[in-house]
Write a protein that binds this ligand. Structure first.
Ligand SMILES: NC(=O)c1ccc[n+]([C@@H]2O[C@H](COP(=O)([O-])OP(=O)(O)OC[C@H]3O[C@@H](n4cnc5c(N)ncnc54)[C@H](O)[C@@H]3O)[C@@H](O)[C@H]2O)c1
Length: 447
C-alpha cells in the first residue's frame, strides 16, 4: 500500500499556509472577479454524499472537478462518475488532495470518523469545506476544525441542512420574536428505531473484500479490523464506536440545532448521562443526557437545563413540557422549549407548533421561508452571503453532542466542562476521550 502522504501534505501545507491565509474567500473573489466559478471535489459520493454533491452542483456557478470514493460500484462512485463524466475519479482522497491545484472547495460526506482528517488536510491546502454532520468524531477534532477554518479564513458549512428549512428557521424566528418569552427548560429527543446495529459484540472472523471496495482506504485513521460484509461499510458503521457516534451523534446536530440557534447556546458547563453499561465496540441503544448551559438573553435563569433522550419509542415526560394538551401527539423526534408564555414544539422535521393554541392563532404567526443549505455554501465561497452552519457555529454544537457521547461511557457521573481549555476538569478518565489514538501513518495534521 502506498504510504500515507499526511506528512507530505503537512509539509506542503506548512509551505502553503501562507497561501491559504493570503488567498482567502474574499481575495479569491477579487482575483477571479464576479464571473468566477467554484470548482469542487466530492469525497464520499455514495449515500448522503450523492445528495450533497447534487445539492451543491445545483448551483449554476459550480463545476464538479473531482470525485472520490473507496467503493467503485454504481451506488457509490459509479453513479456520480456517470452524472459528472468530466470529473477526475479517485479512490484515495490523499491523492485527490495531492492533485488539487484546480479545486476551490471540498465536500466531505464520508462516515463520521474521517470528517476531520480529510477536512483538516483540505483546509491546510486552503480549500473551502462543506462537511457532513456531526462535524467530527471527537471533541478535539471539532475544536481543530473550528480553529483551522478561522485561521485559514475559509468558507465552511456543516451539513445539518434542516437548519435552512422553513420549519427550523420559523421556530428560531418565533423564539427571537419573544413568542414564548424567556425559556425555562428544553427537552429534545429521538425516539425512532435505527436500522443499524447497536449494543452488540463485534463479530469474529472476516469476509472476502468485494473487488469494488478498498477496505484499507475505508479504514483510514481507524484501528485495522477484518472486513465483515454489511457490518460497517456502508451505512452500518454508525453503531460502532471506532467509526460513528451512535444515535446521539447521528441526530444531535440536527435536533439540537434549532435549540442552539434560537437560544444562542455555545458550550455546556456540566452534563450527566443515564445509559446502560457500554459494550466494548458498539454504541448503546439508549441514553438520556442532562446538559447545563450558561443562560443567555433568551433564557429565564442564569443557567438552562437541556435534556436529550434517545431510545426507540421514548418521549420526554409530558408533565415537564408546559402547556401542551394531552390530545396533541408529540412527534417521534424533536424538541420542546418551555417558555414563560407558552411551549414551542419543534418536530424533526415539520412546522413548529405553539401551545396553548388559543394564545397563538395560526394565521397570525409569521412563517420564514427556507433557503438552500447547499448552494448557500457555494455562494458564500464565491463571496455572496454567508453560511449559517459555519464551523464557528458547528464546532461548539458538535462538541456538545460529542461530550454527551463521552458521558455515555461514564453513566450517572457529573462531568464538568471547561470549554476554553478543552477539559473535563473533574474526571481524568473521561478527559482521555476528548481525543483518540490514530492509526500509525494516518495521523491528521492539526493546527
Ligand atoms: N445531513 C443528513 O441528513 C445526513 C443523512 C445521512 C447521513 N449523513 C452523514 O453523512 C455521512 C455519510 O453517511 P452515509 O449514511 O451516507 O454513509 P455511507 O456509508 O452510506 O456512505 C458513505 C460514502 O462514502 C464512501 N466512503 C467511505 N469512506 C470513504 C473514504 N475514506 N474516502 C472516500 N469515500 C469514502 C462510501 O463508499 C460511501 O459511498 C455521515 O457523516 C452521516 O452522519 C447526514
Amino acid at each position: 500500500m502506498a504510504s500515507f502522504p499526511t506528512r507530505r501534505l503537512f509539509l506542503k501545507s506548512a509551505a502553503m499556509a501562507g497561501t491559504a491565509i493570503g488567498l482567502n474567500a474574499l481575495s479569491y473573489s477579487r482575483v477571479y472577479g464576479a464571473n468566477r466559478r467554484l470548482r469542487i471535489a466530492s469525497i464520499g459520493t455514495g449515500g448522503k454524499g450523492w445528495s450533497d454533491l447534487n445539492g451543491v452542483a445545483a448551483s449554476p456557478a459550480v463545476d464538479v472537478v473531482a470525485l472520490c470514493d473507496i467503493d467503485s460500484s454504481v451506488k457509490h462512485l459509479g453513479q456520480a462518475a456517470q452524472r459528472y463524466g468530466a470529473a477526475r475519479k479517485y479512490a484515495d482522497w490523499r491523492k485527490l488532495l495531492d492533485e488539487s491545484n484546480d479545486i476551490d472547495g471540498v465536500l466531505v460526506s464520508t462516515p463520521d470518523f474521517m470528517h476531520a482528517p480529510i477536512s483538516m488536510a483540505a483546509m491546510h491546502l486552503g480549500k473551502h469545506v462543506f462537511c457532513q454532520k456531526p462535524l467530527t468524531h471527537t471533541v478535539h477534532e471539532a475544536r481543530q476544525m473550528q480553529t483551522a477554518a478561522a485561521k485559514f479564513d475559509l468558507t465552511t458549512q456543516m451539513c445539518n441542512q434542516i437548519q435552512s428549512h422553513s420549519a427550523y428557521r420559523t421556530a428560531v424566528h418565533w423564539v427571537h420574536g419573544g413568542k414564548i418569552g424567556k425559556v425555562k427548560e428544553v427537552h429534545s429527543w429521538q425516539g425512532g428505531q435505527p436500522s443499524w446495529p447497536r449494543n452488540i459484540i463485534r463479530p469474529q472472523g472476516s469476509d472476502p473484500v468485494p473487488a469494488h471496495v478498498r477496505w484499507d482506504l475505508w479504514q483510514g485513521v481507524a484501528p485495522e479490523r477484518p472486513f465483515k460484509l454489511d457490518m460497517y461499510h456502508a451505512f452500518n458503521w454508525r453503531g460502532w464506536q471506532a467509526y460513528g457516534t451512535g444515535q446521539l451523534g447521528d441526530f444531535g446536530c440536527h435536533i439540537l440545532d434549532p435549540v442552539f440557534k434560537s437560544l444562542k447556546l455555545t458550550s455546556p458547563t456540566k452534563l450527566t448521562v443515564q445509559a446502560p453499561a457500554l459494550l466494548p465496540d458498539s454504541w448503546t441503544d439508549r441514553s438520556t443526557v442532562h446538559y447545563e448551559f450558561p443562560g443567555t438573553k433568551y433564557t429565564l435563569d442564569s443557567t438552562l437545563m437541556v435534556t436529550w433522550y434517545d431510545a426507540a419509542g421514548v418521549l420526554p415526560p409530558r408533565e415537564k413540557l408546559g402547556d401542551i394538551p394531552a390530545s396533541y401527539d408529540l412527534p417521534s423526534a424533536g424538541s420542546v422549549l418551555v417558555g414563560e408564555k407558552g411551549s414551542l414544539v419543534i418536530p424533526h422535521v415539520a412546522m413548529p407548533r405553539l401551545f396553548p393554541e388559543e394564545k397563538f392563532p395560526t394565521d397570525e404567526l409569521p412563517v420564514i421561508e427556507g433557503v438552500d443549505h447547499y448552494t448557500q455554501w457555494a455562494d458564500a465561497c464565491l463571496g455572496n452571503g454567508k453560511t449559517t452552519s459555519h464551523f464557528d457555529y458547528a464546532g461548539p454544537l458538535t462538541e456538545t453532542v460529542l461530550l454527551g457521547t463521552i458521558g455515555i461511557r461514564f453513566p450517572d457521573q457529573e462531568l464538568i466542562w471547561d470549554a476554553p481549555s478543552l477539559k473535563i476538569t473533574n474526571h481524568a478518565e473521561a478527559q482521555k476521550w476528548i481525543t483518540k489514538p490514530y492509526r500509525k501513518g494516518w495521523e491528521p495534521s492539526w493546527v
